[in-house]
Write a protein that binds this ligand. Structure first.
Ligand code: PEP
Ligand code: MN
Length: 337
């Protein structure tokens, strides 16, 4: 249920509504808009149906939210959410570029990559220290040593950091080194992990599960908002289909569907979405044209010897070319990159 408040509501009237909602055992979530504020009421909706909310002073109208996700929905918050990370605004006019290797391998590797992608225009450095690998015998990541390298290199290059959390017990560790907490596709419905990051003050990038519907994806994000963390970005990274020419099928439709249904920023990962480096720039271009708010791209200075995902990693020069293309597409649709 969403309670739309009158622009001229007094503080007393506002406090009274909040108190009443709490007295019914429900949780009020307030979204302050430029013109008017709205209260999203979370909990058993049946209780609300029997309450004459419309007659409360200061209430303009009461709208039932039909979608199973409430806080994530555009009904709850009509304007786009913009997340500010050290002055980098995600969800605004500018399309944000996150890039870096799949895994952090060494200081020298990451430094070299970071310098080149920064020059091309990337603002956020990615790199995995805890890797979700299909095989237990594959490289699992450098752990905290990797995080130290990541933070060190990002600071030297003047970039922000994104890295993946795999275990709820690692939240404090990830928060110490990273500006954005990434939840990988394989953990999209790890509800303990979602609840843990909902308690964090750091923004979260939630990747779509390999076989998740858009509804399931938005419900997973709802867990994070319901716990109090509204700084969530949704990442389309390809889904599993019958098509096996590519590693996954990048669901370009999902970008506009999510933009219509939700106020949260949408990021696209064309690297995992295709699985082949020579398809990445085209997929990235399509994503920008479709209205995404940012890209997260795997870049490696020596893909042949990469410890993970070399086949889908762009060389730095190809990444630079890709950014040039992205910029002209962004301009054509009234945005920047
Ligand atoms: C990654 O970003 O390296 C990664 C493992 O992505 P995903 O969770 O989308 O597979
Ligand atoms: Mn990867």
């Amino acid at each position: 249920m969403i309670i739309v408040l009158k622009p001229e509501i007094s503080k007393q009237e506002f406090d009274h509504i909040i108190e009443k909602i709490k007295s019914w055992g429900l949780t009020p979530m307030v979204s302050k808009g430029v013109e008017r504020s709205i209260i999203g009421v979370i909990g058993e909706e049946d209780i609300l149906r029997s309450q004459p909310l419309e007659v409360f002073p200061g209430v303009e109208k009461v709208i039932p939210v039909l979608a199973p996700y409430k806080l994530v929905s555009r009904e709850f918050k009509p304007e786009n959410t913009v997340i500010d990370i050290k002055g980098i605004c995600i969800g605004g006019k500018k399309i944000i570029n996150m890039a870096g290797p799949c895994s952090i391998e060494s200081y020298e590797q990451l430094k070299d990559i970071a310098e080149s992608i920064k020059k091309s225009g990337a603002q956020i450095l990615r790199g995995g220290a805890f890797k979700p690998r299909t095989s237990p015998y594959s490289f699992q990541g450098l752990g905290e040593d990797g995080l130290k390298i990541l933070k060190g290199v990002a600071d030297e290059s003047g970039m922000a950091v994104i890295t993946e959390i795999m275990d709820p017990r690692d939240l404090a560790l990830i928060e110490k080194y990273s500006d954005i907490i990434q939840i990988g596709a394989r953990n999209m419905q790890n509800f303990s992990l979602l609840k843990e990051v909902s308690q964090s003050k750091k923004p979260v990038l939630l990747k779509r599960g390999i076989s998740a519907t858009i509804k399931e994806f938005l419900m997973a994000a709802e867990y994070i908002l319901a716990g109090g963390n509204f700084q969530v970005m949704l990442c389309e990274r390809g889904i599993r289909t019958f098509e096996d020419e590519t590693r996954f099928t990048l669901d370009v439709n999902a970008i506009s569907v999510i933009k219509q249904k939700s106020h949260l920023p949408v990021i696209v990962d064309p690297s995992h979405g295709t699985g082949r480096w020579n398809l990445v720039p085209q997929a990235a271009a399509a994503a920008v044209a479709a209205g995404c708010d940012g890209l997260i791209v795997e870049v490696h200075n020596n893909p042949e010897d990469a410890l993970s995902d070399g086949e889908q990693s762009l060389m730095p020069d190809k990444y630079a070319e890709m950014i040039k293309t992205i910029r002209s597409i962004a301009k054509a649709i009234g945005r920047e990159a």
